[in-house]
Design a protein around this ligand. Structure first.
Ligand SMILES: Cc1cc2nc3c(=O)[nH]c(=O)nc-3n(C[C@H](O)[C@H](O)[C@H](O)COP(=O)(O)O)c2cc1C
Length: 222
């Protein structure tokens, strides 16, 4: 693959927030997972573990997850960011507003934005969901390795025409996820990745985020 091909994969990938119900063939999901596992990890520990749902299992989980989001108490395994300030707050707001504008939620419409937020727990209609966990004993570096895995998963999926969205929102209810999927307590639930085929006509998929210029984040020495 050329640099240009890699770059267009990176540029074309985006988070999908409305999926068609059509399932992804199991062989393709296996290809995506195997491809993602080529990422580096400290000591080659490969800390990622996935539970991947399909078909009825996704629908049952979707329903249980939505119920949990209404009645459960937030208790993420990994501490959520304590705040976003400066450029981080600006970027967070910009991508939130771009989404709300795309789906027709006015600024200040708390009910509309909450409804859109709740779509997370409906997995945005995706036919598949992967729950990603890392051994607690590997701490933040295990989570860091898994971050690379998430990126590679999204890119491998993109190469096969499969749309994805990483979702930390689901990890808000980590105790529920441990119980529901029998994920041992010595593993940290990091996030979910919902995936399937994008609904291109849905407004939630009709905006793109931008990126800071390298000059904003690289300090050259020498
Ligand atoms: C670890 C991680 C967790 C995320 N969690 C959520 C989430 O819970 N809900 C959501 O709508 N998007 C989530 N996203 C998607 C980001 O909002 C998205 O990647 C970012 O706005 C850049 O947009 P793009 O993916 O379309 O390029 C998450 C992304 C990452 C990498």
């Amino acid at each position: 693959m050329s640099f240009a091909e890699l770059n267009s994969l990176l540029k074309d990938r985006h988070s999908c927030r409305a999926f068609l119900p059509d399932p992804v063939p199991r062989a393709q999901i296996e290809q995506i997972v195997a491809s993602a596992s080529r990422v580096p990890s400290w000591c080659n520990a490969q800390p990622w573990q996935l539970v991947i749902t399909s078909a009825d299992e996704t629908d049952a989980f979707r329903e249980a997850m939505q119920n949990e989001a209404v009645s459960g108490a937030p208790a993420p395994d990994l501490p959520f960011p304590t705040s976003y300030s400066g450029v981080y707050q600006d970027r967070r707001r910009a991508c939130g507003w771009a989404l709300y504008e795309a789906v027709g939620v006015e600024r200040g419409d708390r009910v509309g934005s909450a409804q859109q937020m709740m779509q997370n727990f409906a997995l945005f209609g995706a036919p598949h969901c992967a729950i990603l966990s890392s051994p607690a004993e590997l701490g933040p570096y295990g989570a860091m390795d898994c971050g690379g895995f998430i990126t590679a998963f999204t890119l491998a999926a993109q190469a096969l025409g499969v749309a994805t969205i990483p979702q930390a929102a689901l990890a808000t209810y980590s105790p529920f996820l441990h119980r529901y999927f029998q994920i041992p307590e010595d593993r940290l639930i990091l996030c979910a990745i919902s995936f399937g085929y994008a609904d291109p006509s849905h407004p939630a998929n009709n905006f793109r985020t931008d990126r800071a210029a390298p000059s904003d984040f690289v300090e050259w020495r020498g």
